[in-house]
Design a protein around this ligand. Structure first.
Ligand code: ADP
Ligand code: MG
Length: 394
């Protein structure tokens, strides 16, 4: 897929729906992927995150069915139509990619919403497995379509919570709430300041083009197998740290108290590993607040060094980076970028790079050449234009 291509074209999706299912869809919806500007591994610590929606999106054509049959089809997999019984959806059953939309139907029904069945055809331009939340885009587009068609009246944050439940409890991926909230709630030209404890949120103006700046996404096109176990291990370490400090979550440790908290953890016999995890989470929550203050003050260029600090913390304290992500950050900053960091879960996936717009091509070239020199697969680089969250197209 050409990652420059961001729109799917609702007409093509509707036409394919008609070809597959023999009638026009009742509607067509879109939900985007996302990148996170700052605040990583903070969302399962009740902390702060700051994602923005990408122009890349999943588009779904959907109709209701009265017979409790659920049929799903994706233009992006070789698998044909997957047919499931909406009354007999079983978590963790091996339904492949169909588990994402099916999980949403399951979560809606578990929450008592009268969803009988549906025909769904979707197509997405969100690169999969690149840390850009192609999975959340699928879930959120399904949730929004069913919400509209079945008149459920759920808000965007409520849909995000149900979509997260689908991924956690049906698909079986223990993700936090950031991805689904970003896909459901982001708005054009803004980053979303989200408090993952109470889901309170603020749209923070993030109009880079007006300031002569650009944000690049560098998809390293690697995904190291380590990722899944490492996520669970980081999560357990953070929870152990919070328990030892007597707080509900690490979000409750004030940044000013971080040195004291680290001393108390050492005195309580907590491992050096747990102390590093705590230092990352507490300092990254603080970096979110610093970035917000800079954006509110209109000092967008000063965000660059905060991104670099965040990367160092993910690399050295949380240890979730990898050679390819480190190479992006080192090369981009050496080539004149204002800042860069890995984004998402790490162990591959994507990095973001903040650049002066006229430097974008030179930075892209430097990163691409460094990947060639190191023998890595060529990365895919494209602009992260802060885009609109999930919405109905037709
Ligand atoms: P990410 O969300 O970062 O892209 P995940 O591993 O969470 O990575 O989700 C990727 C998975 O989501 C894919 O392996 C596939 O099962 C599913 N998926 C994403 N986009 C599509 C699509 N367009 N069609 C079918 N399945 C998709
Ligand atoms: Mg995902």
């Amino acid at each position: 897929m050409d990652v420059g291509e961001t729109g799917v074209g609702e007409t093509a999706v509707a036409e394919e729906f008609r070809r597959l299912y023999g009638a026009a869809p009742e509607g067509v919806w879109a939900a985007p992927g996302r990148v996170n500007l700052i605040g990583e591994y903070t969302d399962f610590n009740d902390g702060f995150v700051m994602p923005l929606a990408l122009p890349h999106q999943a588009v779904a054509a959907v109709s209701r069915r009265t017979d409790r049959v659920l049929r799903v089809h994706s233009a992006d997999t070789p698998q044909g139509v997957v047919q499931l019984d909406a009354d007999a959806l079983v978590p963790h059953s091996d339904t492949g990619w169909a588990a994402y939309p099916a999980g949403v139907v399951w979560a809606l029904r578990e929450a008592g919403h009268p969803v009988a069945g549906a025909d769904i055809h979707l197509a997405s331009t969100v690169p999969t497995g690149a840390g850009l939340s192609s999975s959340a885009a699928l879930e959120v587009v399904t949730a929004l379509a069913l919400n509209d068609l079945y008149g459920l009246g759920l808000s965007a944050p409520e849909l995000a919570v149900l979509a997260q439940r689908a991924e956690n409890d049906f698909v079986g991926v223990p993700c936090g709430i950031m991805d689904q909230m970003a896909s459901a709630c982001c708005t054009d030209g803004h980053a979303l300041h989200l408090d993952t404890r109470d889901l309170s949120q603020r749209q923070v103006p993030f109009d880079l083009a007006a300031r002569g700046l650009g944000l690049l996404v560098v998809d390293t096109r690697v995904k190291h197998a380590l990722g899944d176990g490492a996520y669970a291990e980081r999560r357990a370490g953070c929870e152990a740290g919070a328990r030892a400090l007597g707080v509900r979550a690490l979000r409750d440790v004030a940044y000013e108290d971080l040195p004291g908290a680290l001393d108390r953890l050492a005195a309580a016999g907590e491992s050096e590993t747990v102390r590093r995890y705590v230092r990352h989470v507490v300092s990254d929550d603080h970096r979110v607040e610093r970035v917000i203050a800079l954006l509110d003050a209109g000092d967008v260029r000063a965000v660059g060094p905060v991104l670099v600090e965040g990367h160092a913390s993910l690399r050295d304290d949380l240890r979730v980076s990898c050679a390819e992500l480190d190479l992006v950050v080192e090369t981009a900053t050496a080539a004149g970028a204002l800042g860069a960091r890995m984004t998402g879960g790490g162990f591959g996936g994507s990095a973001i790079v903040l650049v002066e717009e006229p430097d974008a091509d030179a930075v892209t070239k430097a990163v691409t050449e460094a990947f060639t020199a190191a023998g890595h697969t060529a990365p895919r680089v494209f602009p992260a234009i802060p885009s609109r969250g999930a919405h109905r197209l037709v």
